[in-house]
Structure formats: C-alpha cells, structure tokens
Design a protein around this ligand. Structure first.
Ligand SMILES: *Cc1c(COP(=O)(O)O)cnc(C)c1O
Length: 743
C-alpha cells in the first residue's frame, strides 16, 4: 500500500482523542481506502469454507500488514492519543477456539505468500459469548463485537444471493473483509436478512442445539453460507471458463474446514444439475475433483450426523441428492470390491442418518489430518476402509500459526532481539529463524530480560483487569485453551493442590515462586467443563489467600480468554501446559504460539506436541504421561482409577477435595459429579486424569528445579523459538497450495 498516501490522508482527518470509537473508525477506513486497489479474483484459486473465523482484533494487525502501524502511531501521538487506546475495541470472535483460529491464520499466510485463497463463512451478529465469573461460576454475556462499528468490512449489496429453504427464503448479504499481505485476499462473510426468522440464521455462533428447533437452526446455518458460497464460486467459474464443469476442479478447490460445511457437496451438485442441466453423474464427478476435506477431531460425539427426515423437511432437494450420492457410492464401491460390511461402514447414509464425514471422505479428492499422529489415527481408526482402498487420497498437513500475529505483533521485544542477533530476513522468510540457534548462548541474558518485560506487562494487565496481584518474578505456567475434559485442566488443578499441600507440609525446599494461569471458556451447556472452572476458581481463592504460601504459589483464572488475551499470555509464559490425554488432541495450535515465543512445553505425546519435541529436542521440553498406544490398550480393559485412588494417599486427598467440603459448589452438586466421573458409574476416569497425575506433578517440579539455573533454562526456551519455523502456517499453506490446491 502507498504509505505516503496513508500518511497524508490521515493527517487531513480530524482526530479527537476523547472519541476513541470515532478515531478508530476514521483510521481504519483511511487504511481501507488507501489499500483497496487490490487484484481481482484470479482464474485459478482455492476457497476455504469454515463455520468459524477467530480473527481477533483487526486494527493493529492490519496496520502492521499494511506497513503503516508505526506511521499511525506517530500521527496519533502528535495529537496526544495513545495507539493502545484501541485495545478496548472488541475482538472479532466469530469462532470458538483452535479450528476458527486456524482458519484465520491460514488466510493471513495465504495473503502474505501471495496465494489466492478466499474464505467463506457467516457474519454472526454475536460471536462467542463474553465470559464473566459470578461467584466463581462462568457467566455468559452476549458479545456485541460490532459495537465499535465494523470498518474493516465492506457490505456488497449488489452481490446478495437468495437462499431457499422449504419453508422460507432468505437473502444472503456478503460482507467482504480484506486480508492484507503480498496480495489482498477476501474473507466473505454472509449475513442473513429479510425477516426476523431469517436474521436468526446469522445471529449466534452455535445456537444451543439441545432442542429440535436449535438443531434445525444449525442446519440452516450450515446450508445458508455454503449455498451462497457455492453459487458465488459457480458464477465466477461460468464467467471465466463457461459451463464446461469438467474443469471446475482444475481451477477451483474448496477446502472444507471440518464437516460443518459438507452440505456444500450436495448443493454444488444441485446447482449444476438444476440450473445448468448437467447430468447427476457428471456433476458428481466435477464435485469429486473440487472438494478437499480436513478432519479436526476423532471424538466420536463430534462426528456430525444429520437426521435424514430433518433434512427432507428443511431442504428436500438436498436430501434427494444425498440419497443419490449414497446410492452411487454403494454401487461404485461394490464394483471396486468393498465387502458388504465395508460398504455399510463407509456409507453416506447409515440407518436414517446422513453421516457428514463419510460424505466428505467419499466426495473429496483429498482427506487430511492436522498433525502426524492425528493423520495416523484417522487412517487407522477413523476411516480405515477408505484408507485401505484409496490411500492416495490421504495426507498429513500439520497445522501452523502465523508468526506475524503470534510473534512479530505480540512480542515486539523478542522480535527486535532476533533482528539484532540475525538480521531482519526472518521477517520475510520464517525459515531464517533457524539461524538464531548459533547465538542462543550469547543472547540468553537478553532473552531473560525480554521475558521479564513481557511478564510484567501481562501481570500489570491482570492486576488492572482481574484485580489479582502477581509478583513479577514468578515462573509463569500457562494453560489457556477451550475448556474440555480431554484437555485435562482438572489434572492441572489436582497437580496444583498436590504442590500446595507439599508446600504446606514444608516438603519443597527452595521452590521457585510460581503462578499457574488458566484461560478458557466452556460451552454453555457442558456441565463438567463448567464445574472445572468453578473448582479452579475455588482453588485460586484458597491458595491466593494463604499467607503461608502465597509468596510462592498463585493461581489465576483470567476472564474472557480470547485472541487478544492470548497474544499477551503466549509472549509472557515460561511454561506451556499441553497435557491432553494422548490421542485426543488432533494438533493443538496454542502449543505452537508458546513455542515461538520461547516457552518450554510441559506436555504429553499428543497432537503436534510430538513434532514440537522432534524439532526443538526432548531435552528442551518436558514430556510425561501415557502415550496414545498405552491409552488405547488401557481403554480396552483393565484400567482401574479406583486402585490408584486407594493406593496413593496424596492423590486420594486432592481428589477428595471435590467431596469433603474443602470447596463449596453452592449446592449444585457439580463437584460430586466431577468426582463421579472419575470414580463412580460408567466410563470411569475416561480421560486418564488419575493415571497421569503423579508423573505430571513430578514433571512440574523438575521444571521448577531446572528454572533455578536461569541461563540454562533460557537456552532451552530459546531453542524452542529457534526451531519453530516448521510451525509457521506459511509452511502449512505452502503444502496445501502445492499438494492439494495446485495453485
Ligand atoms: C490458539 C487459540 C486457541 C487454540 O488453542 P489450543 O491450545 O490449540 O486448543 C484457542 N483459543 C484462542 C483464543 C487461541 O488464540
């Protein structure tokens, strides 16, 4: 972008420091005006369909990408306005966690690399709820992210589409959000309009789906944006290439970010057959050359299925097409030699349910997992039959994160230290970060100072927002991610209690002062996850108030964890806690953000942790706990959490705090329910919390011990930064572009 133009345009504006919202909108729109002379959609490109985009704050990142962050900051300073004032602008949190953030990192990387990748999704009026705590319990408040305006989007009324359901017709109005880099790509988010009923479709991210009505709304959401996006892609294709749909996949790939957008497969067939008179067979072939599917989870409850009866009622044509695809798949597979059982197992329709992952696997040219272990698991356990007959379809694309937001923007101090040490080339090509390896010993002291500064900034922020005082020199252990039983925040809670008890008994000599920081939202209807939040808040209250130990141990659960909070936390952390039950975390991306910023990983051999340790060295990280294989064999019989509980007094004592009155769940019975999940009823300790607890505590204490040698510890931390190039989403996107999208 033309920097001089930006400066002269911005200087013409009236900027009023007392009107932050007005100023925010002025600067943003000046930047948009100056930048938006970007290239048009090319003949050959890739499309990303995702029901979530966790973009975070656009303001600083966009100004940085446009190369005018510094200029804007100086002009504001001249007028007495601190550029940090815009931190009160809400994040665009149109997503839940890793899956939505991945989509955002991918768009950033594609633009930075000059690759044409166009995102499609929903412009929710309210993003993920804002979280508050009331008496330690999570409370959900609406997230009105457009409160400050939405100056980074352009409404395109003339490109609106009509989307039809059996019982209603709605208008899909696109809002284009440019993604700046070497080229400007577009994230197109559709808003539903025309009636109160229509508007509901784009009102909330994940409406509660525990009722029939909620499920239907969710189905409408999935169809709404994929139908609009498919029509957009077809119109563009026809304009550029005519109606020879044989070539559709040659010029276009549609990458499905998990199964939520899978209805697009049927919709694209519908458009070709109904609107362009293509035969079903030809349309199916065109589709099979166009779609690519990314699997994100192996949790069986997360593999999406839809009641065929429901689809028939809301989207009768789509139901018919799904049935036809199911029929075609059965015939094709019978010819290919699948056994009857194999045909049933891989079927698109099983019983009266449409199986979205099976539909995606059948109709896509590519299926990928998101980390090495995860891809092995989907090949072996989730889609074994399809892998047996079509191994060539499957591949791994280990996730990544954008170093522009997750290092350069969030950690200017470390970035300048890197500049001073190896020059600035790593900023253009992140593989250059590897050169840092040679200088780790020389800059360890400076790195310690940088970490100290980032910690101080974070702790000041926490003091101001949470009212909790953390001494600047504490070791920062951080576990920030969605709250889920498999991520095992409960195991960290128990580990903290064990350490606390040991401190009380005077067993830990020379313990380095430590703070455990949590950040997580729980799904509003997920009882156990919410109980864990309350439990940790109880622990925090008790531990922080204990004058015997609170100079040594603190616990903080920050409110409303989101991308902007994550930017502060990953830069400051010493230790990244990645302790999911092995085999359950597909990849994780939080782990990569911490690694880039020089935190050691304390984790299990799960998801991308395995690759992080491969690159950065086991000696520079702290691995513990059962492996995926061990978990698998324990699961198939013989695991007795009761035995561990009975035989280990210390463990017994911390687990009993759930039921012995140490902590008060205000009569909800939530803590007893957590206890039951571990020791009573069915699926006892399904996530192996008690199994891994002791080795976890030991590992945390080893880290605490190692930290005493500050310089040696800093070298381990720096080794993580120096070896983090592989975990850049630039690398991931290059793989998708070369191997799947062919762009
Ligand atoms: C990166 C990120 C995540 C994903 O974290 P994991 O530890 O990989 O689950 C979730 N939420 C936010 C706000 C993030 O920035």
């Amino acid at each position: 972008m033309n920097r001089r133009l930006f400066i002269s345009e911005l200087k013409k504006e009236q900027l009023d420091g007392s009107d932050i919202v007005g100023t925010y909108n002025i600067i943003s729109s000046v930047a948009m005006r100056c930048a938006l002379k970007g290239p048009v959609k090319p003949r050959h490109c890739a499309h990303y369909f995702s029901i979530e985009y966790l973009m975070g704050r656009g303001f600083y990142n966009n100004l940085m990408e446009l190369g005018v962050l510094h200029e804007a900051s100086s002009i504001l300073a001249e007028k007495g306005i601190d550029i940090n004032a815009f931190e009160e602008v809400e994040d665009a949190a149109l997503g839940n966690g890793g899956l939505g953030r991945l989509a955002a990192c991918f768009l950033d990387s594609a633009a930075a690399l000059g690759l044409p990748l166009y995102g499609y999704g929903i412009r929710y009026k309210y993003g993920l709820f804002k979280q508050d705590f009331e008496n330690g319990f999570q409370k959900e408040l609406p997230d009105d992210w457009q409160r400050f305006g939405d100056p980074w989007s352009i409404r395109k009324d003339d490109e609106s589409m009509t989307i039809s359901f059996a019982d209603m017709v709605v208008t899909a109005v696109p809002y284009d959000m440019p993604v700046f880099g070497k080229r400007i790509n577009i994230l197109r988010l559709y808003q539903a309009e025309d009636s109160a009923e229509a508007e509901k479709i784009s009102e909330y991210l994940y409406p509660a789906d525990d009722t029939e009505e909620g499920k239907i709304l969710r189905l409408r959401q999935e169809y709404f944006f994929t139908a609009a996006a498919c029509r957009d892609i077809v119109q563009n294709f026809v304009r550029l290439h005519g109606t020879n749909f044989k070539n559709l996949g040659k010029y276009n790939t549609i990458q499905l970010n998990d199964t939520h957008p899978v209805l697009a497969i049927a919709e694209l067939i519908r458009i070709m057959t109904a609107e362009y008179a293509v035969s079903f067979k030809a349309a199916l072939d065109a589709v099979k050359g166009t779609f690519a599917y990314t699997n994100h989870t192996i949790l069986p409850e997360a593999l999406e299925c839809w009641d065929m009866g429901m689809i028939e009622r809301i989207l009768p044509e789509i139901a018919q097409i799904i049935s036809k695809i199911d029929g075609a798949a059965r015939i094709e597979r019978e010819k290919a030699g699948y056994s009857a059982a194999e045909i049933e197992e891989t079927a698109v329709i099983r019983g009266d349910k449409a199986h979205m992952a099976n539909l995606a696997v059948y109709a896509s040219k590519s299926v990928n997992g998101v980390a090495k272990l995860h891809t092995e698991i989907i090949e072996r356990d989730v889609f074994p039959t399809e892998y047996k007959y079509h191994p060539e379809k499957f591949s791994n694309k280990t996730n990544g994160v954008t170093q522009r937001r997750w290092l350069m923007l969030c950690n200017g101090e470390l970035s300048s230290l890197i500049d001073k040490t190896i020059g600035r080339e790593w900023r253009n090509d992140f593989t250059g970060i590897f050169a840092l390896k040679e200088s780790i010993g020389d800059i360890a002291e400076k790195f310690i100072a940088v970490k100290g500064r980032k910690k101080k900034q974070l702790f000041d922020y926490i003091r101001a927002t949470e009212g909790i005082d953390i001494p600047d020199d504490m070791i920062l252990y951080a576990q920030v991610k969605r709250l889920h039983e498999y991520k095992r925040q409960l195991m960290t809670a128990f580990a903290i209690l064990e350490i606390y008890n040991k401190l009380k008994r005077g067993e830990l000599k020379d313990f380095q002062p430590s703070v455990f920081l949590f950040g997580a939202k729980s799904a509003p209807s997920y009882r156990r996850a919410k109980a864990i939040i309350k439990f940790i808040n109880c622990i925090a209250e008790k531990v922080n108030a204990d004058e015997q130990t609170n100079g040594l141990l603190k616990v903080v659960f920050v409110r409303n964890y989101n991308v902007s909070y994550a930017e502060k936390i990953v830069a400051a952390a010493d230790v990244s806690l990645q302790v999911s039950t092995a085999g359950f975390e597909a990849s994780g991306t939080g782990n990569m953000k911490f690694m880039m910023n020089g935190a050691v990983t304390c984790g299990t051999l799960d998801g991308a942790n395995i690759e992080i340790v491969d690159y950065a060295g086991e000696g520079n990280n702290y691995i513990f706990g059962a492996t995926a294989e061990e978990i698998k064999s324990l699961s198939s019989g013989g695991y007795s959490p009761r035995k561990i509980y009975d035989e280990d007094e210390e463990l017994h004592a911390v687990v009993d705090t759930l039921i012995d009155g140490t902590f008060d769940d205000c009569g909800t019975g939530d803590f007893a329910d957590l206890y039951a999940g571990l020791l009573k009823g069915e699926r006892l300790d399904y996530y192996f919390v008690l199994y891994d607890l002791n080795s976890y505590v030991e590992t945390l204490l080893t880290i605490n011990e190692d930290y005493k040698n500050r310089v040696e510890f800093a070298k381990k931390q720096l080794s993580n930064t120096a070896n983090s190039a592989y975990f850049s989403s630039d690398r991931t996107i290059k793989e998708y572009a070369r191997e799947i999208w062919k762009i």
